[in-house]
Design a protein around this ligand. Sequence first.
Ligand SMILES: NC(=O)c1ccc[n+]([C@@H]2O[C@H](COP(=O)([O-])OP(=O)(O)OC[C@H]3O[C@@H](n4cnc5c(N)ncnc54)[C@H](O)[C@@H]3O)[C@@H](O)[C@H]2O)c1
Length: 247
Amino acid sequence: MKRLEGKVAIITGGARGLGQAHVRLFVEYGAKVVITDVLEEDGTALADSLGENAIFIKHDVTSEAGWKSVLETAEKHFGYVTVLVNNAGIAGGFANIAELDYNEYKKVMSVNSDGVFFGMKTVIPSMLKAGKGSIVNISSVSGLQVAPGSPNAAYVGSKFSVTGLTKMAALEYATRNIRVNSVHPGGVRTSIVDPVLFDDPKILEPTPMRRFAEPIEVAYVSLFLASDESSYVTAAEYKVDGGMTAK
Ligand SMILES: NC(=O)c1ccc[n+]([C@@H]2O[C@H](COP(=O)([O-])OP(=O)(O)OC[C@H]3O[C@@H](n4cnc5c(N)ncnc54)[C@H](O)[C@@H]3O)[C@@H](O)[C@H]2O)c1
């Protein structure tokens, strides 16, 4: 029996980067996966490459109406949703607070924090009907401390918000077989990061392992959290940061 056999997962921001690594790994381990993203071409190509175990739905996580239609399609296609990976996120540009444009602030908060709120709000009723569920919210080391390389206060605020939303939901649904955990990556080799930074000794200095993670190294932690192997794990913060936050 595969580790995610019988699970139906929605993975947001699944067209590329960390999300795509989650999609591929979850399908490999037996889940039926609903990929959502604003990137229609990449998302459709990914779903097509995975056959009948994955579908793609174009969706902006800031749209609550869009969430409802994602859930409807997911349930129609695969049945009740039992895993949700809230992964979609944006960084915003580097700026100090005094220079941070309010529209930029709102956009980062909206995708990173409101998106996670809408996702949980929409999908938890499906999990309640299924009688089980695991939610994995992708925060960041910036959701635990102002980590080196944090681009701006909106990003840090939004990721701390994800940490808090996770714990509240975990406590609210602890007796109803729905577990909620957050994952906190350090630097990961994806397109959210300027590739010139991947091998920059100054950037790598705060990370004891002196390298960025590959997306799959984060996805394996979420695989554990999504599976029944983590049945007593809820409200936990999983750091996947090469030791960065140990200091
Ligand atoms: N890469 C890192 O170093 C790093 C570190 C810590 C946390 N994270 C977090 O990991 C998550 C994934 O990021 P990534 O590194 O794979 O970056 P990425 O840019 O490669 O992927 C993000 C995905 O989210 C999608 N997306 C953006 N806005 C969206 C929206 N409004 N609705 C739906 N989809 C949307 C993008 O189209 C993209 O496919 C983010 O939440 C990010 O904050 C990344």
